[in-house]
Design a protein around this ligand. Sequence first.
Ligand code: ZN
Length: 148
Amino acid sequence: MGDLRELYQEMILDHGKHPRNCRALDGPHHEADGHNPLCGDRLKVFARLDGDKITEVSFQGNGCAISMASASMMTQALEGKTLDEATQLLGEFTRLVRGEGSQDPETLGKLVVFGGVSEFPVRVKCATLPWHTLKSALSKDAKPVSTE
Ligand code: ZN
């Protein structure tokens, strides 16, 4: 497991340093702001829908490596997913980082790298912030999200 853990940490650090889809979306899209006062993570999440399918997700913001990596990998994981699939993935991801088990590795895909976060309770909100912000963006009344 040692090697695997190292590989996971490398992937998180890589996404944290070089986040993917780190930009605003033009044109009609959904967006919401998220803030984690505990750590100082702040981000804005953008999403474009075609019917109930997510065609594009992006984000902008500043925060720790965990929050940035989570946002980056979320944008990749959600592209092409339906709203139902996105909700399911949010649930699986939240259980994963809280260490609550019953994860479905096939649903999570690459996101399993965040499993180690469950050992650092103070980081759980960093990892889930982008996901809750996205959920708010996709709901009709997008309100700013605060983890407090
Ligand atoms: Zn953080």
